[in-house]
Design a protein around this ligand. Structure first.
Ligand code: ADP
Ligand code: MG
Length: 617
């Protein structure tokens, strides 16, 4: 055997090594992940080389990764039949910092103000992580090129390394790790199996520990869509999300810019949260080139997408970033944003192409999309497109969206209108729809208590204001068509209005003749802002049934063409106490129609007084 050549590590490499070895890296086990990831990369490179090269050494060797443990010798061996390294490559790859993360690490180290401790764990240190746990490391390697030779690189991770020739080496690389006494756990089969299962379940190549295959699923998300059968997707989904059912939707997509991403996202058939089970946890595993970084990254997707399952793989993620630093990394945020945008676009496409599936999705997860609109400004516009409501333009039970609404809008209609009520019938029987329908305006019918809050958060869509049809923000032009019934003359209306305002001083802020009323005698119109009808209902919703609402005044609209208003005018002149009872009752009815009657007890008391009057003859 020839004399081994000895080399000094480059200064910067020494620096990194020193920090890695002496820092308190919490998860020592990540070195296994690093080495498996390198082995997997080497196999992938060989696989790609095989596509173009014919003359490959040991071409019959399986593309697999074998780990073996020897606890009596305190050794762990990780072997791959990958691309291997030439002497030049050994010097370049293991002798200097090859890992991009390490370079960034050093740059950050050199920049002012940064504390070493806070930096450790922020960057991947790749191969060198093995020196955290070992006294010495040997890397046996042989390149795929037939004219290459077997080599043994050896180092204790301090000053330098040596390279020697070695016989009988097959293609690929074998890392022999002599563990420090305190880390002998890594020479135990069970411990290593657990680590491999945890981090490498989706490594595309088979991984075995002491001859037993450990990983079961291949990295399906890295394959091209056209090659993957539906059953394969399903199996993967079930494995990954522990679901018995097949998924409702899936999105398999890849991108190169702004980030390199391969991702496979699934929507489960059922929203467990809706079934009152528990709060869903986002289970989209984060991978970097097949190696698991974090099975449940907390901040990748926004909260309202917590039902998503699947995998995201991006080679832009540094391999061994610690979980804690990953949570708030800019990269993760960026990745999450790209994925969220893409997923919302996908939903929008589904809504058009696969409407039934989308509506099923809406039924299950609509409530979470609404949560998104109300809590997350970033995706408001994209989310708004997905909202679905009942509408006066759609038959009972059918839903429509805001885009379709705008397409149907009457030429003179400025705003998107909605009304809230307990159910469709309740809204239809209220006093507000008539004026809008007479003008040919469509009204969205909101029946979930949260809907109004969602609309308030949204405020506008495609430059159209979204307003409640019972708010005074809605300005209506006079109708061309003749009103039915004879109108009370102007003087009488003035007198009546003034009287009502005075008599109901505590309850109404203004009395006006409504251009909204056609067949109903009265209605109330909420003022915009806090204290407005919508806002009051929302506050009520948030406080629950027990909540105390401060009394607030409403605008009271009366219909001068209506027989009851004519009657009220006459009564006012003749029998004021009775007229007062009627006026109060009318206001009660109007408030009830607007879902604003806070305490029905008062109304019932008043109503009895009226009845008493009527029945005492
Ligand atoms: P990274 O994997 O990010 O490049 P590492 O520090 O993990 O950084 O590895 C440094 C380099 O060493 C790799 O880029 C690769 O060229 C080489 N290398 C490491 N392990 C192997 C291996 N098992 N087979 C072939 N080359 C390897
Ligand atoms: Mg690596």
């Amino acid at each position: 055997m020839t004399q081994a050549t000895t080399h000094e590590f480059k200064a910067e490499t020494k620096q990194v090594l020193d920090i890695v070895v002496n820092s308190l890296y919490k998860d020592k086990e990540i070195f296994v992940r690093e080495l498996i990831s390198n082995a997997s990369d080497a196999l992938e490179k060989l696989r790609r080389t095989q596509l173009t090269e014919k003359d490959i050494l040991d071409d019959n060797l399986e593309l697999e990764i074998n780990l073996s443990t020897d606890d009596s010798a305190k050794q762990l061996i990780i072997q791959d039949f990958g691309i291997g390294m030439t002497e030049e490559e050994l010097v370049k790859n293991l002798g200097t910092i090859a890992h991009s993360g390490s370079k960034e690490f050093l740059n950050a180290l050199q920049s002012e103000g940064e504390k070493n401790e806070s930096l450790i764990g922020k960057f991947g240190v790749g191969f060198y992580s093995v020196f955290m746990v070992s006294d010495s490391v040997k890397a046996y390697t042989r390149t795929w090129q037939k004219e290459g030779e077997g080599l043994c690189w050896e180092s204790d991770g301090s000053g330098g390394y040596s390279i020697d020739k070695t016989d009988g080496q097959r293609r690929g690389t074998k890392i022999v790790i002599q563990l420090k006494d305190e880390f002998e756990e890594f020479s135990k089969e069970d411990r290593i199996k657990d680590i491999v299962k945890k981090y490498s379940a989706f490594v595309q190549f088979p991984v075995s520990v002491n001859g037993e295959k450990v990983n079961t699923v291949d990295a399906i998300w890295l394959r091209s869509k056209s090659e993957i059968k539906d059953e394969e997707y399903e199996e993967f989904y079930k494995f990954q999300s522990n679901d018995y059912d097949s998924p409702l939707m899936r999105l398999h997509f890849s991108a190169d810019a702004p980030l390199e991403i391969n991702s496979l996202l699934f929507v489960p058939k059922r929203n467990m949260e809706k079934m009152g089970m528990f709060r869903s946890e986002n289970k989209v595993a984060l991978h970097c080139r097949k190696v698991l970084i974090d099975a449940e990254p907390k901040s990748l997707f926004p909260e309202w997408l917590r039902f998503l399952k699947g995998v995201v793989d991006s080679s832009d993620i540094p391999l061994n970033v610690s979980r804690e630093t990953m949570q708030d990394s800019e990269l993760l945020k960026k990745l999450g944003q790209v994925l969220t945008k893409r997923f919302l676009r996908f939903l929008n496409e589904q809504a058009k192409k696969e409407e039934d599936t989308f509506l099923e999705f809406w039924k299950e997860y609509g409530v979470l999309l609404k949560e998104g609109v109300a809590t997350d400004f970033t995706y408001k516009d994209d989310l708004a497109k997905l909202l679905r409501f009942e509408s006066t333009a759609a038959e009972d039970g059918k839903l429509t969206g805001l885009e379709a609404y705008i397409d149907r809008m009457a030429a003179d209609q400025k705003d998107i209108l909605f009304l809230y009520g307990k159910n469709r019938k309740a809204i239809e029987s209220g006093p507000y729809l008539e004026a809008l329908q007479a003008r040919g305006y469509e009204v969205l019918l909101l029946t979930e208590p949260v809907d109004e809050y969602v609309m308030q958060s949204l405020r506008e869509f495609k430059e159209k204001k979204i307003i409640s049809a019972d708010s005074d923000e809605l300005k209506l032009e006079k109708l061309d068509q003749e009103p039915t019934g004879e109108a009370l003359d102007e003087k009488a209306v003035k007198k009546l209005s003034k009287w009502i305002k005075q008599s109901l001083e505590d309850r109404v802020s203004e009395v006006e003749t409504g251009e909204r009323l056609i067949n109903s005698p009265v209605c109330v119109v909420g003022e915009d802002g806090m204290g407005g009808a919508s806002a009051r209902r929302i506050m009520k919703m948030m406080q629950g049934p027990e909540g105390e609402m401060p009394a607030s005044k409403v605008k009271f609209q009366i219909n001068p063409n209506h027989a009851i208003i004519h009657g009220l005018f006459k009564l006012m002149e003749k029998d004021e106490p009775t007229a007062l009872l009627v006026a109060n009752q009318l206001l009660d009815n109007a408030l009830a129609s607007a879902n604003l009657l806070d305490d029905p007890r008062e109304m019932i008391a008043r109503s009895y007084q009226t009845l008493e009057k009527l029945t005492t003859v």
